[in-house]
Design a protein around this ligand. Structure first.
Ligand code: MSP
Length: 638
C-alpha cells in the first residue's frame, strides 16, 4: 500500500557489540528500501540507533573503569562511523540513553500502570547474569541430569545462551499483563496477513501463540541493575531492556507520532522476531497504538555455517571489505547474494565472484562499451535518437518490464529478485550491442543506425544506473556523471538523454579484481624463473585441444563453485563438462561463448555428475581462454 509516507526501522544494536556484516546487512537493506521510496517521491523516515542499557554494558564500563554513560557515548560512534562508510542515509539515530527516549518509556509505563495493566509480584527463578534473563528449569538443566538433581543442588543449572552457571533468585518485580492480550494478538495477526513476513515466520508466531502466553516481567531492581530507565511508579526499579528498547520506534517520533505511526517496516533478524511481534504488538495494543504494518524477519549470515556473532567469535568486519571492494559493491553483494528472509554463508570467494561477474563484467562492460564507442564514433557527443527498429522496441520493453518488477520487488524488500530483474536488462544490453554490432555499422558508414544503437545502449546504462543508485549510490552517481547527468533519472523512455550532450568513458567503474594471492614466503635466494622442462612434439600432440561452443550452462546442483556446461566440440552431440568457474561467471554469460577444451581427458565424476573434458583458463578460473576470431566448434587448437 502506498500512503505517500514511509517509516522504516532497523533494530537498535547493542552498543557493546563491534559492528559486523550481520548488522551491516539489516542497515543496508533498510537504507536501500528508504532510498528507493525517497527516489519515488515519498516522504521517508528511516530510523536506526543503539541499545545502551543493561547489565552487559554496565559490566563492560566497570571493567574499563569509566562511567557507563562515557562508555556508551564512545561505543555508539562505532556504529555511526560504519554507517557513514556504508553511505547509510538515516533520518534519525536514537540512543536509549537519551532523555527524549526515557521520557516516552516512562510515559508508556505510566499509562499501563494507570490502566491497571501492571502489577507487582514475587518472582523466583533461574537467572542468568550473562543473558540478563530468567530461564525455566528445563532450559537450564545440564545434559544427563534430572530435575531432582537440579532442585536438590546436586548439579548447577546452565544458561542455554552463554553456557555459564545460572543462579536461583527471588525478587519482587513488576509484570505487564501480556497474557490478557493473547486472543487479541492472534486476532490481529490473523487479520493482517502482511504484519509478519516472510509468511512462514507469521505461521511460526501463530504457532507460538497456541501455547498459553505468560505475563512479562518489565522491571529489574535498581540494587541489582542500576543502569536503566527508572519506572515512573517505582523509582527503585529500572525498566527491562526489551521494554525499553522496543519503545525506541515510537520515542524517536517525538511530537510527530501521529504523522508517522504505525511504522511500515521493522526490519529485524529472525533472532528477535518474538520480541518484535508478541511483546511489542501486545505493548502497543495495551497503550492504544496500532502494531506496525509489517515486521520483516530476515535470515542470518553465517561463517562456515555458524551464525555470525561477536560471542561466536566468527564476526566478519565490513571495514576491510569496504577498503577492497568499496561500499557500493559490499552493499550490492549483501543484498544480491541471499534472498531476504533466507540464510547465507559468507565467503570472500563469493564476494569476489559477485563483484567480477555482475559489477565488473555485466554492468561495467555495458557502460564501458556504450560510452567508449560513443567517444570513438561520435567524438563523445550523444547522438540523436533515430528510427526505432522492432528489435529496439523489444529491448526497450524488456527494460520497462524489468523496472516494473524491480520497483514491485524492492517495495516488498525482495532485494535479490529486484536486482536479478535489473541485471537481466543489463545483460540484455550487452547482448543488444553484440547482435546490433555497432562496429559493423561503423564500418559500413551507417551513421544513422549506429547513432540509434548507441543511444539505446546509453539509455539502458542510464536506466540501470538510476535504478541501481539506491543500492550503489556513489558508483551510480559516477556513472550518471559520465552520461552528463547530475541526478538519477528513472524515465523509461529511450529518448530521455539530451542529444548533443557530452559523454565520457573514463576509467572503468569496477575494475576487475583478482583473487588475493596467498601470503608469499619471503624470498631469500636469487629470484629464479622456474625451469620448464621440455617435451617432445609427440607428447604435446597427445593432448586433443578443440574449440567448443557453450550451448548451455547451469549451476551444479550440489557444488557452489561448479557450473555444468554442454559444449559443442564438433561431435554428434554436445558433451557435458563440469568447470569450477561459478564464482567468476554466470551461466547466462557463458552461453554462446567459444572456449578451448581438452577433449581427450578421461571422463570423471564431479559431485555426482560426469565431466567429459576440461576447459582452459589462464592463471585461475577467472580468465577463460577464447579464440580471437570466430572459429567453428571442434576446430583443432595447436
Ligand atoms: N538490541 C537488540 C535489538 C533491539 S531492537 C528494539 C539486539 N541487538 S543486536 O546488536 O544483537 O542486533 C541484532 C540484529 O543485528 C539482528 O536482529 C539482525 O538484524 C542483525 N544481525 C546480527 N547478527 C546477524 C547475522 N549473523 N546475520 C544477519 N543479521 C544479523 O538484538
Amino acid at each position: 500500500m502506498t500512503t505517500g509516507r514511509f517509516y522504516i526501522t532497523t533494530p537498535i544494536y547493542y552498543v557493546n557489540d563491534v559492528p559486523h556484516i550481520g548488522h551491516a546487512y539489516t542497515t543496508v537493506a533498510a537504507d536501500v528500501a528508504a532510498r528507493w521510496r525517497r527516489m519515488s517521491g515519498e516522504r521517508v523516515r528511516f530510523l536506526t540507533g543503539t541499545d545502551e542499557h543493561g547489565q552487559k554494558v554496565l559490566r563492560a564500563a566497570e571493567k574499563r573503569g569509566v562511567s557507563p554513560q562515557a562508555h556508551v557515548d564512545e561505543l555508539q560512534l562505532n556504529f555511526k562511523r560504519l554507517w557513514e562508510r556504508l553511505d547509510i542515509q538515516y533520518d534519525d539515530f536514537i540512543r536509549t540513553t537519551e532523555p527524549r527516549h526515557a521520557a516516552v518509556v516512562r510515559e508508556l509505563l505510566q499509562k499501563l500502570w494507570d490502566q491497571g495493566e501492571i502489577y507487582a509480584a514475587d518472582y523466583s527463578g533461574w537467572y542468568s547474569v550473562s543473558a540478563e534473563r530468567f530461564w525455566s528449569e528445563e532450559e537450564v538443566l545440564p545434559a544427563g541430569a534430572t530435575l531432582e538433581d537440579l532442585r536438590a543442588g546436586k548439579v548447577k543449572g546452565v544458561c542455554p545462551d552463554s553456557g555459564r552457571e545460572v543462579e536461583w533468585i527471588t525478587e519482587r518485580n513488576y509484570f505487564f499483563k501480556m497474557s490478557a492480550y493473547q486472543e487479541r494478538l492472534i486476532a490481529w495477526i490473523e487479520g493482517h496477513p502482511d504484519c509478519i513476513r516472510p509468511h512462514l515466520r507469521r505461521n511460526e508466531v501463530l504457532g507460538f501463540l497456541k501455547k498459553p502466553l505468560g505475563d512479562l516481567c518489565i522491571s529489574r531492581p535498581k540494587a541489582r541493575l542500576p543502569w536503566g530507565i527508572p519506572l515512573p511508579f517505582a523509582e527503585d526499579y529500572v525498566t527491562y531492556v526489551w521494554f525499553d528498547a522496543l519503545t525506541n520506534y515510537v520515542s524517536s517520533l517525538g511530537d510527530e507520532r501521529d504523522a508517522w505511526w504505525p511504522a511500515d517496516f521493522h526490519v529485524v533478524g529472525k533472532d528477535i522476531l518474538t520480541f518484535h511481534t508478541v511483546y511489542w504488538f501486545s505493548m502497543l495494543l495495551a497503550v492504544g497504538l496500532e502494531p506496525p504494518r509489517s515486521v520483516f524477519a530476515h535470515g542470518w549470515w553465517t561463517n562456515r555455517k555458524a551464525k555470525i556473532s561477536k560471542s561466536a567469535g566468527n564476526a566478519v568486519d565490513p571495514n576491510p571489505l569496504i577498503d577492497r571492494y568499496g561500499a557500493d559493491a559490499l552493499r550490492y553483494f549483501l543484498l544480491k547474494e541471499i534472498p531476504f528472509g533466507g540464510d547465507g554463508d559468507f565467503s570472500h570467494e563469493a564476494l569476489l565472484g559477485r563483484y567480477n561477474a555482475d559489477l565488473a563484467n555485466d554492468l561495467g562492460n555495458l557502460a564501458h562499451r556504450a560510452l567508449s564507442m560513443t567517444e570513438k564514433w561520435f567524438a563523445g557527443v550523444l547522438p540523436a535518437a533515430g528510427e526505432a527498429l522492432p528489435q529496439d522496441l523489444v529491448f526497450q520493453q524488456l527494460g520497462v518490464d524489468a523496472c516494473a518488477k524491480f520497483d514491485a520487488q524492492i517495495r516488498e524488500l525482495g532485494f535479490r529478485d529486484a536486482l536479478e530483474d535489473l541485471f537481466q536488462f543489463i545483460r540484455a544490453g550487452n547482448k543488444y550491442i553484440d547482435t546490433e554490432a555497432p562496429w559493423a555499422l561503423a564500418k559500413r558508414g551507417d551513421t544513422a543506425r549506429l547513432g540509434q544503437v548507441l543511444r539505446c545502449a546509453l539509455e539502458c546504462v542510464r536506466i540501470a544506473a538510476s535504478h541501481l543508485s539506491c543500492v550503489c549510490p556513489s558508483k551510480s552517481a559516477a556513472l550518471l556523471a559520465k552520461l552528463g547527468l547530475d541526478a538519477p533519472n528513472l524515465s523509461l523512455s529511450f529518448t530521455t538523454l539530451a542529444a548533443g550532450s557530452r559523454v565520457a568513458a573514463g576509467d572503468p567503474l569496477f575494475p576487475r579484481l583478482e583473487a588475493e594471492a596467498p601470503p608469499q614466503e619471503p624470498v631469500v635466494s636469487e629470484p629464479v624463473t622456474p625451469e620448464i622442462p621440455s617435451i617432445e612434439y609427440d607428447d604435446f600432440a597427445k593432448v586433443a585441444l578443440r574449440t567448443g561452443l557453450v550451448v548451455s550452462a547451469e549451476k551444479h546442483p550440489k557444488a557452489d563453485k561448479l557450473l555444468v556446461l554442454k559444449v559443442d566440440v564438433g561431435e554428434a552431440a554436445p558433451r557435458q563438462i563440469c568447470a569450477g568457474i561459478a564464482p567468476y561467471y554466470t551461466p547466462e554469460e557463458l552461453v554462446g561463448k567459444t572456449v578451448i577444451v581438452v577433449a581427450n581427458l578421461k571422463p570423471r565424476m564431479l559431485r555426482g555428475l560426469e565431466s567429459n573434458g576440461m576447459i582452459l583458463a589462464a592463471g585461475d578460473a577467472a580468465s577463460l581462454l577464447s579464440p580471437l576470431r570466430e572459429v567453428a566448434p571442434g576446430t583443432q587448437v595447436r
